[in-house]
Design a protein around this ligand. Structure first.
Ligand code: URA
Length: 204
């Protein structure tokens, strides 16, 4: 069984996660964010995608993966013939952590302690959705899902198994592709599609 939620009740449905994460102050990130960004998708999705944390656009809209990284993810799923509507998309951390540079809000990687504090929300989503498989987008998601650091470079394209028996497909975060040298982008994108294709049987 899961650890009791620190300082509060465990959510009994997905809608409750928005309200509960909005007022969550188990780490300091929530104080600066506009709102929390819970996952989105069917209650009974066979496949769950987990990113790192909301970005600028996600923070403003309250929806996961709607900015540039999300657009790349949507494009990849479309190219593979998979429907994004069939999957549940969420993040390891539910609030946007950033640093102000002038008027721009620059993404800051959440500290391990912050991700750890947020983990029970992700585990609640997993409990409620009961996905058959989970895709970890990047190292933060992989670490939270597996409970230990995962070398994404070494293990990408592989299904790992969690202690609870659930399978986790390791791959890169779309932001990593966006940051790449233009000369490397095309090949890296093709390799990413090859990773994602391994989740193909779980797309409805
Ligand atoms: N990056 C993430 O990890 N998640 C989002 O929702 C958007 C960008």
């Amino acid at each position: 069984g899961r650890e009791p939620v620190p300082g509060g009740e465990a959510p009994t449905n997905l809608e409750a996660i928005r309200t509960l994460t909005n007022r969550c102050r188990e780490c300091p990130i929530g104080d600066l964010a506009t709102q929390s960004v819970p996952g989105e998708g069917p209650q009974r999705a066979r496949l769950m995608f987990v990113g790192e944390q909301p970005g600028d656009q996600e923070d403003l809209q309250g929806r996961p993966f709607v900015g540039p990284a999300g657009q790349l993810l949507s494009r990849a799923l479309t190219e593979l013939g998979f429907s994004r509507d069939a999957v549940y998309v969420t993040n390891a951390v539910k609030h946007f952590k950033f640093e102000l540079r002038g008027k721009r809000r620059i993404h800051k990687t959440p500290a391990q302690q912050e991700a750890a504090a947020c983990l029970h929300w992700l585990e609640s989503e997993i409990d409620l959705v009961q996905p058959e498989g989970i895709v970890a987008l990047g190292a933060t998601a992989a670490r939270q899902l597996m409970g230990a650091a995962v070398s994404v470079t070494r293990l990408r394209g592989q299904w790992l198994e969690r202690a609870d028996g659930r399978r986790v497909l390791i791959t890169l975060h779309p932001s990593a592709l966006l940051r790449m040298d233009p000369a490397d982008k095309e090949a890296a994108y093709a390799a990413w599609l090859d990773d994602l294709r391994k989740a193909g049987p779980l797309f409805e």
